[in-house]
Design a protein around this ligand. Structure first.
Ligand code: ATP
Ligand code: MG
Length: 406
Protein backbone atom coordinates (compact mmCIF):
# COMPACT_ATOMS: atom_id res chain seq x y z
CA UNK A 1 0.00 0.00 0.00
CA UNK A 2 1.02 3.60 -0.60
CA UNK A 3 0.27 6.42 1.79
CA UNK A 4 -0.06 10.08 0.81
CA UNK A 5 -0.55 13.30 2.68
CA UNK A 6 -3.57 15.10 1.15
CA UNK A 7 -5.95 18.02 1.54
CA UNK A 8 -5.43 21.08 3.69
CA UNK A 9 -2.01 20.17 5.03
CA UNK A 10 -0.46 19.94 1.55
CA UNK A 11 -2.16 23.19 0.51
CA UNK A 12 -1.18 25.12 3.62
CA UNK A 13 2.38 23.78 3.59
CA UNK A 14 2.83 25.20 0.12
CA UNK A 15 1.20 28.46 1.15
CA UNK A 16 3.33 28.76 4.25
CA UNK A 17 0.06 28.94 6.18
CA UNK A 18 -0.16 27.29 9.61
CA UNK A 19 -2.10 24.01 9.77
CA UNK A 20 -2.83 21.70 12.64
CA UNK A 21 -4.51 18.72 11.06
CA UNK A 22 -3.14 16.15 8.61
CA UNK A 23 -5.27 13.90 6.42
CA UNK A 24 -3.89 10.82 4.68
CA UNK A 25 -5.02 8.68 1.77
CA UNK A 26 -4.11 5.03 1.47
CA UNK A 27 -3.94 3.51 -2.01
CA UNK A 28 -3.89 -0.22 -2.69
CA UNK A 29 -5.13 -1.49 0.66
CA UNK A 30 -8.20 -3.35 1.94
CA UNK A 31 -9.90 -2.58 5.27
CA UNK A 32 -8.69 -5.91 6.70
CA UNK A 33 -5.06 -4.99 5.98
CA UNK A 34 -5.51 -1.67 7.77
CA UNK A 35 -6.96 -3.34 10.83
CA UNK A 36 -4.20 -5.97 10.78
CA UNK A 37 -1.72 -3.07 11.05
CA UNK A 38 -3.43 -1.73 14.15
CA UNK A 39 -5.59 1.00 12.55
CA UNK A 40 -9.03 1.58 14.11
CA UNK A 41 -11.97 1.85 11.69
CA UNK A 42 -14.13 4.96 12.31
CA UNK A 43 -15.95 5.74 9.06
CA UNK A 44 -19.67 5.09 8.94
CA UNK A 45 -20.17 5.66 5.23
CA UNK A 46 -16.72 4.99 3.86
CA UNK A 47 -13.54 3.37 5.22
CA UNK A 48 -11.58 5.82 7.35
CA UNK A 49 -9.14 4.64 10.01
CA UNK A 50 -7.27 6.18 12.89
CA UNK A 51 -3.53 5.62 13.09
CA UNK A 52 -2.66 3.49 16.15
CA UNK A 53 -0.21 6.09 17.49
CA UNK A 54 -0.87 9.55 15.96
CA UNK A 55 -4.68 9.07 15.81
CA UNK A 56 -4.60 10.93 12.47
CA UNK A 57 -7.16 10.02 9.83
CA UNK A 58 -6.26 7.59 7.07
CA UNK A 59 -8.91 7.16 4.37
CA UNK A 60 -8.85 4.45 1.72
CA UNK A 61 -8.76 5.99 -1.74
CA UNK A 62 -12.33 6.21 -3.03
CA UNK A 63 -14.54 7.46 -5.81
CA UNK A 64 -18.10 8.66 -5.41
CA UNK A 65 -21.31 8.65 -7.37
CA UNK A 66 -24.19 11.05 -6.90
CA UNK A 67 -27.42 9.23 -6.02
CA UNK A 68 -29.65 11.84 -4.34
CA UNK A 69 -29.76 15.58 -3.61
CA UNK A 70 -27.81 17.05 -0.72
CA UNK A 71 -24.38 16.42 0.66
CA UNK A 72 -25.24 12.93 1.91
CA UNK A 73 -26.57 11.75 -1.45
CA UNK A 74 -23.44 9.89 -2.50
CA UNK A 75 -22.49 6.29 -3.02
CA UNK A 76 -18.83 5.57 -2.34
CA UNK A 77 -16.61 3.01 -3.91
CA UNK A 78 -13.32 1.82 -2.44
CA UNK A 79 -11.11 -0.92 -3.78
CA UNK A 80 -7.38 -1.52 -3.99
CA UNK A 81 -7.44 -0.50 -7.65
CA UNK A 82 -8.82 3.01 -6.98
CA UNK A 83 -5.90 5.27 -7.84
CA UNK A 84 -4.66 8.39 -6.09
CA UNK A 85 -5.72 10.44 -9.14
CA UNK A 86 -9.24 8.97 -8.91
CA UNK A 87 -9.45 9.98 -5.28
CA UNK A 88 -8.13 13.50 -5.88
CA UNK A 89 -10.66 14.00 -8.70
CA UNK A 90 -13.63 13.94 -6.28
CA UNK A 91 -12.25 16.85 -4.23
CA UNK A 92 -13.66 20.36 -4.34
CA UNK A 93 -10.86 22.74 -5.25
CA UNK A 94 -7.64 22.18 -7.18
CA UNK A 95 -5.63 23.56 -4.26
CA UNK A 96 -7.28 20.89 -2.08
CA UNK A 97 -6.59 18.14 -4.59
CA UNK A 98 -2.84 17.84 -4.24
CA UNK A 99 -0.99 15.01 -2.51
CA UNK A 100 2.50 14.39 -1.23
CA UNK A 101 4.20 11.00 -1.15
CA UNK A 102 6.38 9.78 1.69
CA UNK A 103 9.46 11.35 0.07
CA UNK A 104 7.82 14.76 -0.11
CA UNK A 105 7.15 14.61 -3.89
CA UNK A 106 4.09 16.57 -4.96
CA UNK A 107 1.35 14.76 -6.88
CA UNK A 108 -0.74 17.42 -8.55
CA UNK A 109 -2.85 16.14 -11.46
CA UNK A 110 -5.35 19.03 -11.46
CA UNK A 111 -3.08 22.08 -11.38
CA UNK A 112 -3.34 22.97 -7.71
CA UNK A 113 0.17 24.42 -7.50
CA UNK A 114 -0.52 26.69 -10.45
CA UNK A 115 -3.74 27.91 -8.82
CA UNK A 116 -1.93 28.44 -5.53
CA UNK A 117 0.57 30.60 -7.39
CA UNK A 118 -2.15 32.62 -9.13
CA UNK A 119 -4.21 32.70 -5.90
CA UNK A 120 -7.25 31.14 -7.50
CA UNK A 121 -9.99 29.06 -5.89
CA UNK A 122 -10.97 26.77 -8.75
CA UNK A 123 -13.10 23.63 -8.85
CA UNK A 124 -11.52 20.32 -9.86
CA UNK A 125 -14.26 19.00 -12.15
CA UNK A 126 -17.87 19.59 -13.23
CA UNK A 127 -18.84 17.13 -10.46
CA UNK A 128 -18.28 20.10 -8.16
CA UNK A 129 -21.99 20.90 -8.44
CA UNK A 130 -22.99 17.61 -6.78
CA UNK A 131 -22.41 18.74 -3.20
CA UNK A 132 -23.96 22.01 -1.94
CA UNK A 133 -21.58 22.15 1.04
CA UNK A 134 -18.92 23.14 -1.49
CA UNK A 135 -20.62 26.51 -1.96
CA UNK A 136 -20.05 27.18 1.72
CA UNK A 137 -16.55 25.76 1.68
CA UNK A 138 -15.42 27.87 -1.25
CA UNK A 139 -16.85 31.01 0.38
CA UNK A 140 -15.03 30.02 3.56
CA UNK A 141 -11.69 29.56 1.80
CA UNK A 142 -12.22 32.93 0.12
CA UNK A 143 -12.58 34.43 3.61
CA UNK A 144 -9.58 32.57 4.97
CA UNK A 145 -7.14 33.49 2.21
CA UNK A 146 -8.52 36.90 1.31
CA UNK A 147 -5.58 38.71 2.92
CA UNK A 148 -3.24 36.69 0.68
CA UNK A 149 -5.10 37.89 -2.42
CA UNK A 150 -7.12 34.77 -3.27
CA UNK A 151 -10.31 35.06 -5.30
CA UNK A 152 -12.87 32.61 -6.65
CA UNK A 153 -12.41 31.68 -10.32
CA UNK A 154 -15.17 33.07 -12.53
CA UNK A 155 -16.05 29.60 -13.86
CA UNK A 156 -16.31 28.25 -10.31
CA UNK A 157 -18.59 31.12 -9.35
CA UNK A 158 -20.70 30.18 -12.36
CA UNK A 159 -21.08 26.63 -11.03
CA UNK A 160 -21.95 27.98 -7.59
CA UNK A 161 -24.70 30.10 -9.17
CA UNK A 162 -25.91 27.03 -11.02
CA UNK A 163 -26.20 25.15 -7.70
CA UNK A 164 -28.28 27.99 -6.31
CA UNK A 165 -30.53 28.12 -9.38
CA UNK A 166 -31.01 24.35 -9.57
CA UNK A 167 -32.12 24.24 -5.93
CA UNK A 168 -29.23 21.99 -4.87
CA UNK A 169 -28.33 24.55 -2.20
CA UNK A 170 -31.82 24.16 -0.67
CA UNK A 171 -30.81 20.68 0.46
CA UNK A 172 -28.28 21.97 2.97
CA UNK A 173 -29.24 20.94 6.49
CA UNK A 174 -29.06 23.59 9.26
CA UNK A 175 -26.35 21.79 11.24
CA UNK A 176 -24.06 21.65 8.23
CA UNK A 177 -24.63 25.31 7.44
CA UNK A 178 -23.75 26.30 10.99
CA UNK A 179 -20.63 24.14 11.00
CA UNK A 180 -19.26 25.93 7.94
CA UNK A 181 -20.53 29.32 9.04
CA UNK A 182 -18.88 28.99 12.44
CA UNK A 183 -15.54 28.21 10.82
CA UNK A 184 -16.00 31.07 8.36
CA UNK A 185 -16.78 33.53 11.15
CA UNK A 186 -13.51 32.52 12.78
CA UNK A 187 -11.45 33.57 9.76
CA UNK A 188 -9.61 36.87 9.44
CA UNK A 189 -12.07 38.24 6.87
CA UNK A 190 -15.45 36.69 7.69
CA UNK A 191 -17.21 39.41 5.70
CA UNK A 192 -15.70 37.90 2.53
CA UNK A 193 -17.61 34.68 3.29
CA UNK A 194 -20.90 36.61 3.30
CA UNK A 195 -19.92 38.64 0.24
CA UNK A 196 -18.98 35.46 -1.67
CA UNK A 197 -22.33 33.88 -0.84
CA UNK A 198 -23.96 37.02 -2.13
CA UNK A 199 -21.87 36.94 -5.31
CA UNK A 200 -23.24 33.51 -6.22
CA UNK A 201 -26.78 34.17 -5.04
CA UNK A 202 -26.62 31.72 -2.14
CA UNK A 203 -27.03 34.43 0.49
CA UNK A 204 -30.68 34.88 -0.52
CA UNK A 205 -31.24 31.19 0.26
CA UNK A 206 -29.08 30.76 3.33
CA UNK A 207 -29.39 34.15 5.04
CA UNK A 208 -32.26 35.91 3.23
CA UNK A 209 -32.67 38.37 6.12
CA UNK A 210 -29.09 39.56 5.55
CA UNK A 211 -29.46 39.52 1.77
CA UNK A 212 -32.51 41.81 2.11
CA UNK A 213 -30.33 44.54 3.63
CA UNK A 214 -28.52 45.21 0.37
CA UNK A 215 -30.10 48.09 -1.48
CA UNK A 216 -31.68 49.51 1.68
CA UNK A 217 -30.44 53.07 2.36
CA UNK A 218 -29.57 54.60 5.74
CA UNK A 219 -29.12 58.32 6.55
CA UNK A 220 -25.84 59.50 5.03
CA UNK A 221 -25.08 61.69 8.04
CA UNK A 222 -24.44 58.67 10.27
CA UNK A 223 -23.79 56.15 7.53
CA UNK A 224 -21.57 57.52 4.75
CA UNK A 225 -21.65 54.04 3.19
CA UNK A 226 -25.47 54.42 2.94
CA UNK A 227 -26.19 50.79 2.01
CA UNK A 228 -27.32 48.70 5.00
CA UNK A 229 -25.92 45.43 3.65
CA UNK A 230 -22.55 47.02 3.11
CA UNK A 231 -22.71 48.48 6.62
CA UNK A 232 -23.33 45.04 8.11
CA UNK A 233 -20.34 43.59 6.25
CA UNK A 234 -18.21 46.45 7.57
CA UNK A 235 -19.47 45.89 11.12
CA UNK A 236 -18.58 42.21 10.81
CA UNK A 237 -15.09 43.13 9.66
CA UNK A 238 -14.66 45.55 12.58
CA UNK A 239 -15.94 42.89 14.98
CA UNK A 240 -13.31 40.49 13.62
CA UNK A 241 -10.64 43.09 14.39
CA UNK A 242 -11.96 43.63 17.92
CA UNK A 243 -12.68 40.04 18.92
CA UNK A 244 -11.95 36.43 18.04
CA UNK A 245 -15.18 35.31 19.71
CA UNK A 246 -17.62 33.76 17.23
CA UNK A 247 -20.78 34.98 19.07
CA UNK A 248 -19.49 38.56 18.85
CA UNK A 249 -18.85 38.26 15.13
CA UNK A 250 -22.19 36.57 14.51
CA UNK A 251 -24.10 39.22 16.48
CA UNK A 252 -22.30 41.95 14.56
CA UNK A 253 -23.49 40.54 11.23
CA UNK A 254 -27.15 40.24 12.20
CA UNK A 255 -27.67 43.24 14.51
CA UNK A 256 -29.61 45.35 11.97
CA UNK A 257 -31.88 42.81 10.25
CA UNK A 258 -34.95 44.92 11.02
CA UNK A 259 -33.76 47.60 8.59
CA UNK A 260 -34.62 45.13 5.85
CA UNK A 261 -38.34 45.36 6.66
CA UNK A 262 -38.64 49.12 7.17
CA UNK A 263 -41.49 50.39 4.95
CA UNK A 264 -39.87 52.07 1.94
CA UNK A 265 -41.71 55.34 2.53
CA UNK A 266 -39.78 55.68 5.81
CA UNK A 267 -36.34 55.29 4.17
CA UNK A 268 -33.63 56.24 4.91
CA UNK A 269 -34.79 56.29 8.53
CA UNK A 270 -35.36 53.05 10.43
CA UNK A 271 -37.32 53.87 13.52
CA UNK A 272 -38.02 50.75 15.55
CA UNK A 273 -35.64 48.54 13.59
CA UNK A 274 -34.29 47.16 16.87
CA UNK A 275 -37.58 45.45 17.73
CA UNK A 276 -38.23 44.44 14.13
CA UNK A 277 -34.90 42.59 14.10
CA UNK A 278 -35.87 40.16 16.85
CA UNK A 279 -38.35 37.86 15.07
CA UNK A 280 -36.19 37.90 11.91
CA UNK A 281 -33.22 36.90 14.01
CA UNK A 282 -35.12 34.01 15.58
CA UNK A 283 -36.05 32.69 12.15
CA UNK A 284 -32.50 33.05 10.88
CA UNK A 285 -31.01 31.27 13.91
CA UNK A 286 -33.37 28.38 13.46
CA UNK A 287 -32.60 28.02 9.77
CA UNK A 288 -28.86 27.73 10.34
CA UNK A 289 -28.98 26.01 13.76
CA UNK A 290 -27.09 28.80 15.50
CA UNK A 291 -26.34 27.87 19.13
CA UNK A 292 -28.21 29.50 22.04
CA UNK A 293 -25.26 31.55 23.23
CA UNK A 294 -24.87 33.18 19.82
CA UNK A 295 -28.57 33.85 19.52
CA UNK A 296 -28.73 35.37 23.00
CA UNK A 297 -25.93 37.84 22.33
CA UNK A 298 -27.32 38.67 18.89
CA UNK A 299 -30.74 39.46 20.36
CA UNK A 300 -29.16 41.63 23.01
CA UNK A 301 -27.11 43.61 20.52
CA UNK A 302 -30.07 43.95 18.16
CA UNK A 303 -32.33 45.31 20.86
CA UNK A 304 -29.93 47.57 22.75
CA UNK A 305 -27.15 48.73 20.41
CA UNK A 306 -28.75 52.14 19.94
CA UNK A 307 -29.01 52.49 23.74
CA UNK A 308 -25.30 51.77 23.95
CA UNK A 309 -24.51 54.45 21.37
CA UNK A 310 -26.42 56.95 23.54
CA UNK A 311 -24.92 55.67 26.79
CA UNK A 312 -23.50 59.02 27.88
CA UNK A 313 -26.91 60.68 27.56
CA UNK A 314 -28.94 57.95 29.24
CA UNK A 315 -30.74 58.54 32.53
CA UNK A 316 -29.44 56.34 35.37
CA UNK A 317 -32.73 54.41 35.40
CA UNK A 318 -32.32 53.61 31.70
CA UNK A 319 -28.68 52.68 32.20
CA UNK A 320 -29.68 50.25 34.92
CA UNK A 321 -32.39 48.86 32.68
CA UNK A 322 -29.81 48.15 29.97
CA UNK A 323 -27.41 46.52 32.44
CA UNK A 324 -30.20 44.29 33.68
CA UNK A 325 -31.51 43.46 30.22
CA UNK A 326 -27.98 42.48 29.25
CA UNK A 327 -27.79 40.31 32.36
CA UNK A 328 -24.52 42.15 32.97
CA UNK A 329 -24.38 41.35 36.69
CA UNK A 330 -24.57 37.61 36.17
CA UNK A 331 -22.88 37.44 32.77
CA UNK A 332 -20.20 40.16 32.61
CA UNK A 333 -18.48 38.35 29.75
CA UNK A 334 -21.61 38.47 27.62
CA UNK A 335 -21.87 42.19 28.42
CA UNK A 336 -18.30 42.68 27.23
CA UNK A 337 -19.25 40.94 23.98
CA UNK A 338 -22.22 43.28 23.68
CA UNK A 339 -19.97 46.33 24.08
CA UNK A 340 -17.53 45.06 21.45
CA UNK A 341 -20.40 44.56 18.98
CA UNK A 342 -21.63 48.10 19.60
CA UNK A 343 -18.13 49.45 19.09
CA UNK A 344 -17.88 47.46 15.84
CA UNK A 345 -21.24 48.93 14.79
CA UNK A 346 -19.96 52.46 15.41
CA UNK A 347 -16.82 51.78 13.37
CA UNK A 348 -18.37 49.77 10.56
CA UNK A 349 -19.06 52.95 8.61
CA UNK A 350 -17.08 54.45 5.77
CA UNK A 351 -14.48 56.89 7.06
CA UNK A 352 -15.30 56.20 10.71
CA UNK A 353 -13.28 52.98 11.08
CA UNK A 354 -10.84 54.54 13.55
CA UNK A 355 -13.26 56.56 15.65
CA UNK A 356 -13.19 56.49 19.44
CA UNK A 357 -16.05 54.82 21.21
CA UNK A 358 -16.08 56.19 24.77
CA UNK A 359 -19.55 54.69 25.30
CA UNK A 360 -18.01 51.25 25.85
CA UNK A 361 -15.71 52.38 28.66
CA UNK A 362 -18.49 54.40 30.19
CA UNK A 363 -20.68 51.31 30.40
CA UNK A 364 -17.77 49.23 31.67
CA UNK A 365 -17.34 51.75 34.47
CA UNK A 366 -21.08 51.79 35.12
CA UNK A 367 -21.05 48.03 35.59
CA UNK A 368 -17.95 48.17 37.79
CA UNK A 369 -19.53 50.85 39.98
CA UNK A 370 -22.60 48.68 40.49
CA UNK A 371 -20.50 45.58 41.12
CA UNK A 372 -18.54 47.35 43.83
CA UNK A 373 -21.62 47.69 46.03
CA UNK A 374 -21.25 45.59 49.16
CA UNK A 375 -24.39 43.44 49.50
CA UNK A 376 -23.58 42.82 53.14
CA UNK A 377 -24.07 46.49 53.94
CA UNK A 378 -27.55 46.38 52.43
CA UNK A 379 -28.33 43.21 54.33
CA UNK A 380 -27.00 44.82 57.51
CA UNK A 381 -29.66 47.50 57.13
CA UNK A 382 -32.22 44.74 57.61
CA UNK A 383 -33.42 44.39 54.00
CA UNK A 384 -34.46 40.94 52.80
CA UNK A 385 -36.30 39.47 49.85
CA UNK A 386 -37.88 41.95 47.49
CA UNK A 387 -36.97 44.89 49.72
CA UNK A 388 -33.34 43.85 49.46
CA UNK A 389 -33.53 43.98 45.66
CA UNK A 390 -35.12 47.41 45.77
CA UNK A 391 -32.51 48.75 48.19
CA UNK A 392 -29.77 47.33 45.98
CA UNK A 393 -31.26 49.06 42.93
CA UNK A 394 -31.49 52.38 44.84
CA UNK A 395 -27.79 52.09 45.65
CA UNK A 396 -26.99 51.19 42.03
CA UNK A 397 -28.91 54.22 40.79
CA UNK A 398 -27.06 56.45 43.25
CA UNK A 399 -23.75 55.19 41.88
CA UNK A 400 -24.88 55.67 38.27
CA UNK A 401 -26.08 59.17 39.13
CA UNK A 402 -22.66 59.98 40.59
CA UNK A 403 -20.96 58.56 37.50
CA UNK A 404 -23.08 60.71 35.22
CA UNK A 405 -22.15 63.81 37.19
CA UNK A 406 -18.44 62.94 37.25
P1 ATP B 1 -9.15 22.89 6.83
O1 ATP B 1 -7.87 23.60 6.90
O2 ATP B 1 -10.33 23.77 7.08
O3 ATP B 1 -9.18 21.60 7.57
P2 ATP B 1 -9.24 21.17 4.54
O4 ATP B 1 -9.08 21.46 3.08
O5 ATP B 1 -8.24 20.25 5.16
O6 ATP B 1 -9.30 22.56 5.27
P3 ATP B 1 -11.21 19.27 5.44
O7 ATP B 1 -12.64 19.49 5.73
O8 ATP B 1 -10.29 18.89 6.53
O9 ATP B 1 -10.70 20.61 4.73
O10 ATP B 1 -11.17 18.22 4.27
C1 ATP B 1 -9.95 17.61 3.83
C2 ATP B 1 -9.96 17.48 2.31
O11 ATP B 1 -11.08 16.70 1.89
C3 ATP B 1 -10.12 18.79 1.56
O12 ATP B 1 -8.88 19.45 1.37
C4 ATP B 1 -10.73 18.34 0.26
O13 ATP B 1 -9.74 17.79 -0.58
C5 ATP B 1 -11.63 17.20 0.70
N1 ATP B 1 -13.01 17.64 0.98
C6 ATP B 1 -13.56 17.91 2.17
N2 ATP B 1 -14.86 18.22 2.06
C7 ATP B 1 -15.15 18.14 0.75
C8 ATP B 1 -16.34 18.32 -0.03
N3 ATP B 1 -17.50 18.66 0.54
N4 ATP B 1 -16.26 18.12 -1.36
C9 ATP B 1 -15.09 17.76 -1.94
N5 ATP B 1 -13.95 17.57 -1.28
C10 ATP B 1 -13.98 17.74 0.05
MG1 MG C 1 -8.33 19.58 7.11
Amino acid sequence: MNIYLVGGAVRDKHLGYPYSERDWVVVGARPEEMEAQGFTPVGKDFPVFLHPKTREEYALARTERKTAPGYTGFQFHTAPDVSLEDDLARRDLTINAMAEDRNGNLVDPYGGAKDLASKTLRHVSPAFIEDPVRVLRVARFAARYHHLGFTIAEETLTLMRQMVDSGEVDHLVPERVWKEMEKALGERHPEVFVQSLRDCGALAKILPEVDALFGVPQPEQHHPEIDTGLHCLMVLQQAAVLSAAIPVRFAALVHDLGKGTTPEEEWPRHIGHEQRTLPLLDTLCERIAAPKEHKRLARLVAEYHTHCHRALELKPTTLLKVLKAADAFRKPQQFEGFLLCCEADARGRTGLEQRDYPQADYLRTALRECQSIDNREIAAQGFTGQAFGEALDRERLARLQALKRA
